[in-house]
Design a protein around this ligand. Structure first.
Ligand code: HEC
Length: 124
């Protein structure tokens, strides 16, 4: 009944093209969101890996030092109000320059220190 180029057919084709554009756009948004999520979880897991390698032997795997470490070295748990009161910049400085009995933690780039401090701050 309706020939090619009739107004109705044209409208139908346009709306289909519109739906396609919308779909491509939401796929693009999805791809961006996924890649951001990937970058964030990578940062977290690299902070965690650094913590395990460079901090856990003194601060404990979960941020609570063993009783012996706490007593002999004076290490507080990550949940301690005195630690919670520290800013990320103060913790960064403690790792980079050392603090009291904690020597500067060697072998870390500034970016790695940032990541590990972020991980440490997430420990309860
Ligand atoms: C050799 C043991 C040791 C290692 C390894 C170590 N720390 Fe510490 N850390 C300590 C001790 C001891 C203190 C307490 C320092 C003080 O106040 O005298 C401390 C204190 C801290 C503090 C509190 C600083 C403040 O201003 O009170 C933070 C934050 C911290 N450590 C984070 C880390 C992180 C993150 C790592 C790994 C990159 C790490 N530490 C590795 C022993 C260690």
């Amino acid at each position: 009944m309706l020939g090619r180029g009739s107004p109705l057919n044209l409208a139908d084709r346009n709306s289909r093209r519109f739906a396609m554009t919308k779909m491509i756009r939401s796929l693009l948004v999805l791809a961006v969101v996924m890649s951001l999520a990937g970058a964030v979880s990578f940062a977290q897991s690299s902070g965690e890996a650094t913590y395990k390698a460079k901090c856990a032997m003194c601060h404990g795997a979960t941020g609570t030092p063993s009783a012996g470490m706490a007593k002999s070295m004076g290490i507080k748990a990550a949940s301690d109000p005195a630690i919670k009161a520290l800013t990320a910049a103060q913790e960064f400085a403690a790792v980079k320059n050392g603090k009291g009995k904690m020597k500067p933690v060697a072998g870390l780039t500034d970016a790695q220190i940032k990541d590990v401090v972020a991980f440490y701050r997430g420990l309860k």
